[in-house]
Design a protein around this ligand. Structure first.
Ligand code: UDP
Length: 496
């Protein structure tokens, strides 16, 4: 651990992540990076979330990094949601989404009382997820800056800022009309249904107003990306769209240099590490495709069958992460039975992980040469950092725009050509509205990605080059490393 602030006390960051895997995982990485480079951290969490990340908390405690995990009681009762429903991936029904988000501001008194305790070091800076807009008041009360941590790509953030400022979505009536995004250096076409966020639905009206006000009031923005990946969009967001400081400090996943660190991200893995490595070590370089759709997306049974038959027909070695067949899932015997027969048939080419996979471990193994992904930003960036090209299959939120970045701008992906998001919003239940993508379409995309043709080789070369740039960005002297130092200096300069 380095202490780069001899003149200043270690600035104290209060990190308030959204309780969702795609936000907690990079927030833990960010906390470790900041602490490693001279900051003190209070990481705000809740009992259920802390229990899930206990292995990483233990690693951190043993490393003596100055990070305290502060467990606030999640206000489930006040919000009318079930006990223990403390993370987006524990929301079992769509009608719980709004109460879950409305519960978040109820954490405010507990956070304030923690910060007022005499044993708590004086806070210097809050980094909060943008759904924690209520931290504006906390920052004001303690007279400290508040930065917004954005989960998605800068491409997505820039595009949605432009769309919002121009009120473009209000002018388009047809959800499925294709239109070109304005103020872009390349031609990017989308549908309203693909870019509209949940907060832009009538249901999200009040939250939307507070979220936008919270973004406007922020003293700066922190994003998990790196300057060399999406330079035009980062620059335009910094200068044109925002006019305030933007710290790009990623890919945060690259903080995890040791396999033990990579293996303990998110939740305990559903597969034994030794079994996994033995399987991967037995495969030739770049021969395996990883198929996984993040922490929230679920495929309906008819879609699972199509994916399975496509993988089987392709004869390409695969690791398929099937959360729908997790033994902890709601006893879906139909899926369970089909998966068991499938596993039996494909046991020579494939490995099925039912539940949580150590994704970073898999992606960084040299046997892995492709990734079928839902385009969650963390998964996308982890693939880029590992130099792995993608089959893109977005579902909701920022994922359709992330796909455009991967396929149209970076040219490191093959789209499975899903045009329509589910008719409603996120979560497993809502995905019932998805069109089933036929096995031939899935197989074609997999073959295209994993093939040996010129196009596939160029895609591979390009993503490897981005991977090298990603590693350099995080090293001493790299752009993200520089920005991280600058972020610490910013907080230190506000220290009184
Ligand atoms: N992840 C993982 N194992 C899994 C599923 C997901 O380690 O079985 C991690 C993945 O590496 C990423 C995060 O969970 O860091 C998912 O975030 P992302 O933004 O990709 O998607 P989301 O889950 O938010 O839709």
């Amino acid at each position: 651990m380095k202490d780069s602030f001899n003149a200043n006390p270690r600035p104290h960051f209060v990190i308030v992540p959204l309780m969702a895997q795609g936000h907690m995982i990079p927030a833990v990485d960010m906390a470790r990076l900041l602490a490693d480079e001279g900051a003190t951290i209070s990481f705000i969490t809740t009992p259920v979330n802390a229990a899930r990340i206990r292995p990483i908390i233990d690693i951190i405690h043993n490393s003596s990094l100055p990070i305290s995990f502060i467990e606030l009681r999640f206000p489930s009762a006040e919000a009318g949601i079930p006990d223990d429903c403390e993370n987006f991936d524990l929301i079992t029904s769509e009608h719980l989404l709004k109460p879950f988000v409305e519960a978040l501001p109820l954490l405010c008194p507990q956070l304030e009382s923690y910060l007022q305790q005499s044993s708590t070091p004086k806070p210097d800076c809050i980094i909060a997820d943008n759904l924690h807009y209520w931290t504006v008041e906390v920052a004001r009360k303690f007279g400290i800056p508040r930065l917004v941590f954005h989960g998605p790509s800068c491409f997505y953030i820039y595009c949605s800022t432009v769309l919002r400022r121009r009120k473009m979505l209000d002018e388009i009536e047809d959800d499925f009309q294709v239109f070109e995004l304005p103020e872009m250096p390349e031609k990017i076409e989308v549908m309203k249904a693909q870019v509209r966020r949940w907060v832009e639905s009538p249901d999200g009206y009040n939250i939307r107003q507070m979220l936008y006000a919270g973004e406007e009031a922020a003293d700066g923005i922190v994003i998990n990306t790196f300057d060399e990946l999406e330079p035009w969009y980062i620059d335009s967001y910094r200068k044109k769209a925002l006019g305030k400081k933007v710290w790009t400090i990623g890919p945060l996943s690259l903080y995890n240099k040791h396999i033990e660190d990579r293996a303990s991200r998110g939740k305990p893995s559903s597969i034994d590490g030794g079994v996994l490595l033995q399987w991967l070590n037995g495969k030739t370089s770049n021969s395996v495709i990883l198929v996984s759709f993040g922490s929230l997306s679920r495929n309906p049974f008819p879609q699972i069958i199509e994916i399975g038959y496509a993988l089987e027909a392709s004869k390409i070695p695969f690791i398929w992460v099937v959360k729908e067949a997790d033994s902890a899932a709601a006893g879906d015997t139909e899926t369970d039975k089909w998966m068991s027969e499938f596993e039996e048939r494909t046991r020579l080419t494939g490995l099925v992980i039912r539940g949580w996979a150590p994704q970073s471990v898999i992606l960084s193994h040299e046997a892995v040469g492709g990734f079928m992904t839902h385009c969650g930003w963390n998964s996308t960036l982890e693939a880029i950092a590992a130099g792995v090209p993608m089959v893109t299959w977005p579902r909701f939120g920022d994922q359709f725009l992330n796909e455009r970045l991967v396929v149209d701008v970076l040219k490191v992906g093959v789209a499975v050509a899903v045009k329509l998001p589910p008719t409603k919003v996120v979560m497993a239940a809502a995905e019932k509205g998805l069109r089933v993508v036929r096995r031939e379409e899935v197989e074609e995309a997999v073959r295209k990605l994993m093939g040996r043709g010129k196009e596939a080789e160029e895609r591979r070369k390009r993503v490897r080059e981005f991977g090298v740039m990603a590693t350099k960005a995080m090293e001493d002297g790299g752009s993200s490393f520089h920005n991280l130092k600058d972020l610490i200096n910013f907080a230190a300069s506000h220290s009184t």
